[in-house]
Design a protein around this ligand. Structure first.
Ligand code: ATP
Length: 250
């Protein structure tokens, strides 16, 4: 009952008008040290947001809350009207996360990993989907190799395949371009374009203003756990974004 009341309170809007992501008054502290100090942010379905900021600004923490991997200290984070704390199980089905750590089992092969996650997410025709994604990320030939034997960039490609396996509505990328070669970066752009064409929504973190400008519709910069810059990309020049970024991280 209390939980229902809380959801009502956090979600007063009719479904059709609702943003896909609603973040209100979000705070997170680790051992009383504040890391997020009151974030308000919303994204409509089909939007792409880039988060920038210095090391330690709180970007990963924000993504981890949306991926239900850590709980906020205060405030709400909702995905499709579902609360990342109280409805974590349902939210996880809607979210794909490429994190710093690949979240893969080293002793299993690339294919076994994807089959495991396909089962976990209840993906229909999981084997077909896993093989298709391995092909798409250029790892078809490594399908039967142990994950522990893959290079960093190959792991990153496999992590991307794992995140896309269940067709997430919201894709979260934490510096996913790091470690990819030129072909890998082009592949990432293609997969992101496909995710968006299928009606997906995207939040990515990056330290590269030019990547943010290419891949996002809106830019948000965090400093010490607060939003200090929030602009739509239309009409923005790379030089302006670089300047703002330097001011924020400097
Ligand atoms: N599990 C944890 N326990 C304690 N402190 C943590 C934990 N996770 C993150 N922090 C702290 O929270 C702060 C924000 O970390 P976070 O990883 O969100 O930053 P970031 O903006 O993603 O940084 P980077 O650009 O280096 O990836 C850092 O000071 C970090 O040490």
């Amino acid at each position: 009952m209390a939980q229902d009341a809380r959801r009502q309170e956090a979600s007063p809007r009719p479904e059709a008008e609702r943003p896909l992501v609603e973040i209100e008054g979000l705070r997170k502290s680790f051992a009383f040290r504040p890391v997020l100090r009151g974030i308000d942010l919303s994204l409509r379905a089909g939007e792409r947001l880039a988060l920038l900021g210095a090391n330690g600004a709180g970007k990963t923490t924000l993504l981890r809350i949306l991926a239900c991997l850590t709980r906020p200290t205060a405030g709400h984070a909702l995905v499709a009207g579902l609360d990342c704390v109280h409805d974590a199980q349902e939210v996880r089905r809607l979210v794909g996360f490429v994190a710093h750590q690949p979240y893969l089992y080293e002793e299993l092969t690339a294919l076994e990993n994807l089959l495991f996650f396909a089962r976990m997410y209840g993906v229909a025709r999981g084997r077909e989907r896993a093989l298709l994604l391995l092909e798409r990320v250029g790892l078809a030939r490594r399908a039967r190799d142990r994950v522990g034997s893959l290079s960093r960039g190959q792991l990153q490609r496999l992590a991307l395949a794992r995140a896309l396996l269940h067709g997430p509505r919201l894709l979260l990328l934490d510096e996913a371009e790091t470690g990819l070669d030129e072909a890998g970066t082009a592949l990432l752009s293609t997969l992101l374009a496909e995710h968006m064409a299928e009606g997906g929504t995207l939040i990515l973190t990056t330290h590269r203003p030019e990547f943010a400008l290419q891949q996002a519709d809106r830019l948000v910069m965090l400093k010490d756990g607060r939003i200090v810059y929030h602009e739509t990309v239309a009409g923005l020049e790379l030089a302006q974004v670089r300047r703002a970024y330097q001011e924020v991280v400097g």
